[in-house]
Design a protein around this ligand. Structure first.
Ligand SMILES: [Zn+2]
Ligand SMILES: [Zn+2]
Length: 228
C-alpha cells in the first residue's frame, strides 16, 4: 500500500492501540501498565538492571565500551517490542513522540550539551519515510531543550544486526559509521537510538564521536534488551 493510501486509511479507521490492536488510543492503558520500566538499580555503565549498584555488570564487564553510560526507558519485550515494530516496520511516526515521553519520564537527562543519533540506512529508511533514531532524538531535544546535531553518517552498508552473535554484531558495525566531514562533536554528547541490544552499534558510533573530539558519550535509547 502506498503512503497516501495508508494515510487516507488512517483517517477513516478509528485509532487502535499499536501494541494490542484494541481500544481507541494509540497506546492503551493496559499496554502502558505492562511495560517493564528500567528504574531499579542499574549497571552504571550499560544500564542493565542489576540486583545492586555496580560499575560494570556481567553483560559489559571486560568489554571496551566507548560510551560513558547507556540508559533506556523500558525493556525490549511485550508491548515495547510491538511499539518498536510499528515504528520501524510500519513507519508509524507518532511512536517517536510516545517513546520520547516515556524516555523523559523514566531516564534522567544525560549530562550532555547536544544530542545526536545513530543514522539509519538510507534505503531501509526510504520507503517507510521514518528514521526512528532521528525522530526520537528530535522529540527528545524538544523536551530536554537541547540541540540535535547530525554528526554521524553511514560509512558503508552493514548487514542487519538481527540474528548475529555479539562478536558478529561487533564485527558487522566496525567501520560502519563515520563522523561527518567538518562536524565537530561537543565535549559531551548524547547518542540516541531506538533499541540497545548488545551495545555494539552504540559503542561503534561512540568510538567515532570520541575520535572526532567528544570526551564523553552518553547513550539513550527507548528500549533495551534484558536477558533473564
Ligand atoms: Zn494496548
Ligand atoms: Zn553493564
Amino acid at each position: 500500500m502506498g503512503v497516501v493510501a495508508r494515510a487516507l486509511l488512517g483517517l477513516l479507521l478509528p485509532e487502535r492501540c499499536l501494541a494490542c490492536g484494541t481500544g481507541e488510543a494509540l497506546f492503551c492503558e493496559q499496554c502502558r501498565a505492562a511495560l517493564l520500566v528500567l528504574h531499579g538499580t542499574l549497571c552504571a555503565r550499560c544500564g542493565c538492571p542489576t540486583a545492586w549498584p555496580v560499575e560494570r555488570c556481567g553483560e559489559c564487564a571486560g568489554r571496551r565500551l566507548a560510551f560513558a553510560s547507556a540508559r533506556a526507558a523500558v525493556a525490549y519485550r511485550g508491548p515495547a517490542q510491538a511499539l518498536v515494530g510499528a515504528w520501524k516496520e510500519r513507519g508509524v511516526r507518532r511512536v517517536g513522540d510516545l517513546a520520547a515521553e516515556l524516555v523523559v519520564e523514566l531516564v534522567p537527562r544525560p549530562p550532555a550539551t547536544a544530542l545526536t543519533f545513530v543514522p539509519g540506512e538510507g534505503d531501509r529508511v526510504g520507503w517507510r519515510g521514518v528514521d526512528t533514531a532521528e525522530s526520537l532524538a528530535v522529540a527528545l531535544a524538544k523536551r530536554w531543550e537541547l540541540p540535535v546535531l547530525p554528526l554521524v553518517a553511514r560509512a558503508r552498508r552493514a548487514e542487519r544486526q538481527r540474528g548475529l552473535s555479539r562478536a558478529g554484531r561487533r564485527a558487522n558495525v566496525r567501520g560502519a559509521f563515520a563522523v561527518r566531514a567538518r562536524a565537530a562533536p561537543p565535549r559531551t554528547v548524547c547518542l540516541v537510538d531506538d533499541v540497545y541490544t548488545t551495545g555494539a552499534t552504540a559503542a561503534a558510533v561512540a568510538t567515532e564521536l570520541r575520535r572526532a573530539g567528544a570526551r564523553a558519550v552518553h547513550v539513550v535509547t527507548f528500549a533495551r534488551t534484558v536477558r533473564r
